[in-house]
Design a binder for this molecule. Structure first.
Ligand SMILES: C[S@@+](CC[C@H](N)C(=O)[O-])C[C@H]1O[C@@H](n2cnc3c(N)ncnc32)[C@H](O)[C@@H]1O
Length: 269
């Protein structure tokens, strides 16, 4: 399993080579660098965080950790001290983080080892990088083990609203060799997925802005050519338009609209 795990993460990393490091915050029309998107997550997270004098925050799959750094700043404004630990497979991403106080681990999160436990674990747009339900349970179980007993997990994840659309989105990503492998979430499965991974009190706390990805964004990120775009269009066109309102074909290509709910959960006692 470790062998398999390493393989898909390294493959995904290779496919992300055009967006590593500085380029990340500009990717997908700057969705992840956008301060309003960051502030929305923080606004939803702040009231739920354990009230501690020094809160330990873990941020797996962090890229350079901008979301975590902004959360630390927001806590400081409220007089709450916190420390941030990043776990990110790409060194290039981590090198962009210049905060000497932040701990940086350039490692596959599934291989991350520590004796520490954390009061808060945050994640955004990364669960789908773990391309099967089984591997997602493995990741989430690891995250639940890293939480303190009173700790909290807050995660924003890319969702397709119906079974048909989720299946199609997974197919689009997994059928193209240039695009990273993904397994997106289906709203009705989230609670069970978490509960099978050591969590309880699973609930939605907000809906961040939707993420719309067209052939233009995919081409910029993965250098897709005309033929590959056409292949994706053909996959989409196999499903009647009525059954896939979030996945459309357009004149030149296609548009995928992901919902981006934020969920919280605590560790099972
Ligand atoms: C869509 S990006 C999200 C980055 C960041 N959370 C944000 O909101 O801007 C997913 C990140 O997960 C990282 N990643 C993917 N698989 C990983 C793994 N197995 N271990 C650690 N990081 C991983 C990628 O390198 C990438 O930086």
């Amino acid at each position: 399993m470790i062998f398999l795990t390493k393989n898909f993460s390294k493959e995904n990393l290779k496919k992300d080579r055009k967006v590593l490091g500085k380029a990340w915050n500009k990717t997908y029309n700057s969705y992840f660098g956008n301060i309003q998107n960051i502030n929305y997550f923080i606004e939803k997270a702040l009231p739920l965080l354990p009230k501690k004098t020094k809160l330990k925050i873990l941020y797996p799959c962090s890229a350079a950790g901008l979301l975590g750094e902004e959360l630390v700043k927001a806590l400081a404004k409220k007089g709450i001290g916190s420390g941030l630990t990043l776990v990110e497979i790409s060194k290039e991403h981590l090198n962009q983080n210049k905060n000497p106080k932040t701990k940086k681990n350039a490692v596959d999160v599934l291989a991350f080892q520590t004796k520490e436990k954390f009061g808060a674990i945050i994640m955004r747009s990364s669960l789908d990088y773990f391309p099967t339900r089984k591997i997602q349970v493995k990741l989430l179980s690891k995250i639940s083990r890293l939480l303190e007993h009173s700790g909290i997990f807050i995660n924003q994840m890319a969702v397709m609203p119906s079974e048909e659309e989720r299946k199609l989105a997974d197919k689009i990503y997994n059928s193209n060799k240039k695009i990273g492998k993904r397994h997106f979430q289906l709203p009705k499965e989230i609670k069970e997925l978490y509960e099978n991974s050591g969590f309880c009190n699973v609930r939605k706390i907000g809906d961040a802005s939707k993420l719309v990805i067209t052939e233009k964004e995919h081409s910029e990120r993965y250098a897709l050519g005309r033929k590959e775009i056409q292949k994706i269009r053909n996959l989409i066109l196999k499903i009647p338009a009525k059954k896939r309102p979030s996945i459309k074909t357009t004149k030149k290509g296609y548009a995928l609209e992901f919902a981006f709910p934020i969920f919280t959960a605590s560790k099972k006692p």
